[in-house]
Write a protein that binds this ligand. Structure first.
Ligand code: NDP
Ligand code: GDR
Length: 344
């Protein structure tokens, strides 16, 4: 039975990847941070929390010696490093904490692999945020990087260290440059889920309106469940590589808002510009969306759109779910949650 260690098991991708590996017959070790409250709602919702093949282990990426002891004890075939301080906005307020977890944390794991067993295969969760101020459209594996946030810079360091360990020590270090991927399990601090959860609350009369930052940012949004399959395929390949996973389609935040309200049966009409822009219910004339400058970032990534040709060609991976379907899936999940008291 193959075995895998997943860091970030309490996050969105951790839940989907654990489910996928369990289905494939893996023994899965899910690493979570100690905190005063448990945070396993995604594993519960995914129906895998009590699966015998899944065991949970306390671990913090910032602890070098714990990384060595953990790998020595578990000796997994594969390590998927999904753990990170992953919110770009927070990284501007906590640049050093972000650097330690998101940048140096992966190197603790790479060092542990080098010391314990260089045959352990390693997946690093890299990101389209490394392209930042984009140097080409669309972005692929050869596009130059230009990170625009402490998060993007930390991820870029970890990305290059993964390649360094691949080239220096012959470690199977794969790096997936994943574009935004969303799902009903997305955290509410990220814009898509903030939008869909707010729409559910507005529909129930529990929230007055949705306040957002930059509506013009363009993102390439795919469905997370499909992206974790790509991670797994990267570790089954003949050699370690870097791959872009993306849909190839980009839309603005404003478009996603319009799409999400439409999925809830509400037409949105946009008025005004920039900080004064509002989204109005086309039927009642009520303002449902407004801009609040507190959600602007000190530096923005304006346009992301990926070219996943290499992943399609070499891994047979492809994004299948349309943005309309993804958006509707998220809205329906939040409407359902609020109706059964699972969203406040
Ligand atoms: P989430 O924010 O949902 O999950 C992040 C996970 O990292 C959580 O389980 C969190 O634990 C854990 N974590 C945070 N700090 C530490 C630490 N010091 N030690 C151990 N674990 C820690 O992210 P996603 O699931 O969306 O993303 C997975 C990975 O992929 C991340 O590395 C992210 O940066 C990257 N990525 C994500 C993309 C996306 O669109 N979703 C796109 C490209 C890359 P806790 O619950 O305790 O906070
Ligand atoms: P991103 O995702 O920064 O792309 O990082 P996020 O959903 O936070 O932002 C996307 C875009 O929406 C704009 N925006 C807002 N964002 C948030 N969170 N809240 C708002 O109110 C709001 N209003 C407008 C943002 O400015 C941005 O342009 C995600 C994370 O999952 C990273 O970990 C991952 O690496 C990248 O995707 C790929």
């Amino acid at each position: 039975m193959p075995s895998a260690l997943i860091t970030g098991i309490t996050g969105q991708d951790g839940a989907y990847l654990a489910k996928l590996l369990l289905m494939k017959g893996y023994e899965v070790h899910g690493a979570y941070r100690r905190s005063s409250t448990t945070n396993f709602w995604r594993l519960d919702e995914s129906g895998i929390a009590d699966q015998p093949g899944l065991s949970l282990v306390e671990y913090d990426l910032t602890d070098a010696s714990a990384s060595i002891r953990l790998l020595d004890r578990l000796r997994p075939d594969e390590v998927y490093n999904l753990g990170a301080q992953s919110f770009v906005g927070v990284s501007f307020d906590q640049p050093l904490a972000t650097a330690e977890t998101t940048g140096i944390g992966p190197v603790h794991l790479l060092e542990a692999i080098r010391i314990v067993d260089p045959k352990i295969r390693f997946y690093q969760a890299s990101t389209s945020e490394m392209f930042g101020k984009v140097q080409a459209v669309p972005q692929d594996e050869d596009t130059p990087f230009y990170p625009r946030s402490p998060y993007g810079a930390a991820k870029l360091y970890a990305h290059w260290m993964t390649i360094n360990y691949r080239e220096s020590y012959d470690i199977f270090g794969a790096s997936g440059i994943l574009f935004n991927h969303e799902s009903p399990l997305r955290g509410q601090e990220f814009v898509t889920r903030k939008i869909t959860a707010s729409i559910a609350r507005i529909s129930e009369g529990r929230q007055e309106r949705l306040e957002l930052g930059n509506l013009d940012a363009k993102r390439d949004w795919g469905f997370a469940e499909e992206y974790v399959e790509g991670m797994w395929r990267m570790l089954q390949a003949d050699r370690p590589e870097t791959y872009v996973l993306a849909t190839g389609r980009t839309e603005t935040v404003r478009d996603f808002v319009t799409m999400a309200f439409k999925a809830a049966g509400i037409g949105i009409h946009w008025k005004g510009t920039e900080a004064d822009e509002i989204g109005v219910d086309a039927g009642s004339g009520r303002t449902l969306v407004s801009v609040n400058a507190r959600y602007y970032r000190p530096a923005e990534v304006d346009l992301l759109v990926g070219d996943p040709t290499k992943a399609r060609r070499e891994l047979g991976w492809e994004a299948r779910t349309s943005l309309e379907d993804l958006c509707a899936m998220m809205v329906q999940a939040d409407v359902h949650r609020i109706s059964k008291g699972a969203l406040f």
